[in-house]
Each structure stands twice: as structure tokens, then as C-alpha cells.
Write a protein of this length. Structure first.
Length: 205
């Protein structure tokens, strides 16, 4: 007994995900063609599945009434044979939406997906590149000038501090006094303070 199956679009999507069809898209439900060792009364006995070999007269599978997409986009669909071990075989159609098979199994139509469009990088015009380079150079020169000025100011402050420290040390060692508008060193007094000598001797009374 030969059993024909139309597994529908929903089941086909689930079944399709189990197979490696990278770069292809399923455009039809999966049709099944199975054979069992039983007569018209399938309820009697325990039928089991048998293989079909039709090498001399291949079996035609027509998808024209059930396919979701045909050659409208200019892409010719391929016949896909889904085998139980996860293997997928692709063949050309013998006529629009018609495939042939030499054995039992599940079949469908797939189309090759277009390659992804590469992302085009925007080219920077020469004048934009020149303006950007000029701005970058000017900014670099400005920052370098600020750094040099900062270093000079720091060095000048350091020199002034050294002069002030040396002057303070010298003034501490040698006292300085203001004479008019002039600073002049003065020496501290070193003479002994005079004292009055008494040579008076009182007369005896």
C-alpha cells in the first residue's frame, strides 16, 4: 500500500530546521511518499514500512497547486529530497514545480537565497580629509604651545623662589636695614657698654 502525505507548512518549517540547508529557503510544504506491506485494510495485522525503488519509471511529484513561490522572482526552485538520516539531496526540476523520485521519502521545493549585500563603507572626500588633518595639526600645535608656556612659567617661578630663599638666608646671616630707599647691611654692636667708675673715698668722721 502506498501512502501520500501532505505535511503542511507548519510541520514543514519544523522538519526543515532539522536539516542543514544553509543558503536555501523552503518554498513548499513537504510531501511524503511511503509504502507499507499491507492491503486496503490497514487495521488487520501489523503493517511495516517498505522501500520503493522506481529506477525504470521515476515517480513524478507535482507541487504546482501547493507551492508558496514559483518562478515569479526569476529564481528556479530545486527539488529537495529529505532522507531519514538528515541527508538532503538537491536536484533540478523536470518541469515547473514538478520533481521526480526513484524511491520513497519526503520531498519539497527550495530556492537559493541571494548572497548578503556587503555593507559599503562611505568614502571620505579629499577636502574633508584635508580639513580634518589641518584641524588636527592646529590643535596639536596649540596643545604643544600651551605645554611649553606652562613649562617656562614653572621654571621661572622656581628660579624666583630660589632667589628669594637665598636672599632670606643672606639677610638672616647679615642684618639689613633700610637707609632711605636703599637696603644696606649693618653690623650688630660689639663694643662693651661703658660703666661709670667711682674713685670717691669718703672722709673718716
Amino acid at each position: 500500500m502506498v501512502v501520500r502525505q501532505n505535511l503542511g507548512s507548519n510541520w514543514s518549517s519544523i522538519n526543515y530546521s532539522k536539516y542543514d540547508l544553509s543558503g536555501y529557503q523552503l518554498v513548499s510544504p513537504i510531501l511524503g511518499l511511503l509504502a507499507y506491506n499491507a492491503g486496503t485494510d490497514v487495521s488487520s495485522g501489523s503493517p511495516f514500512e517498505v522501500e520503493i525503488l522506481a529506477t525504470e519509471s521515476p515517480i513524478k511529484i507535482n507541487f504546482s497547486n501547493i507551492t508558496k513561490a514559483s518562478n515569479t522572482r526569476g529564481i528556479r526552485a530545486l527539488c529537495a529530497s529529505f532522507e531519514g538520516d538528515g541527508k538532503v539531496t538537491l536536484r533540478n526540476q523536470v518541469s515547473p514545480d514538478v520533481c521526480v523520485a526513484t524511491r520513497d521519502g519526503h520531498f519539497g521545493l527550495v530556492v537559493e537565497l541571494p548572497p548578503p549585500v556587503p555593507v559599503r563603507k562611505k568614502k571620505i572626500s579629499r577636502w574633508k580629509l584635508a580639513v580634518g588633518s589641518s584641524i588636527g595639526a592646529a590643535l596639536g600645535a596649540f596643545l604643544l604651545g600651551v605645554l611649553l608656556v606652562s613649562m617656562l612659567v614653572k621654571a621661572k617661578k622656581k628660579a624666583i623662589m630660589e632667589v628669594l630663599e637665598r636672599r632670606a638666608y643672606e639677610e638672616e646671616a647679615l642684618r639689613v636695614s633700610m637707609v632711605g630707599h636703599t637696603r644696606a647691611p649693618i653690623a650688630p654692636g660689639t663694643r662693651t657698654t661703658p660703666t661709670i667708675e667711682h674713685d670717691y673715698t669718703p672722709y673718716p668722721s
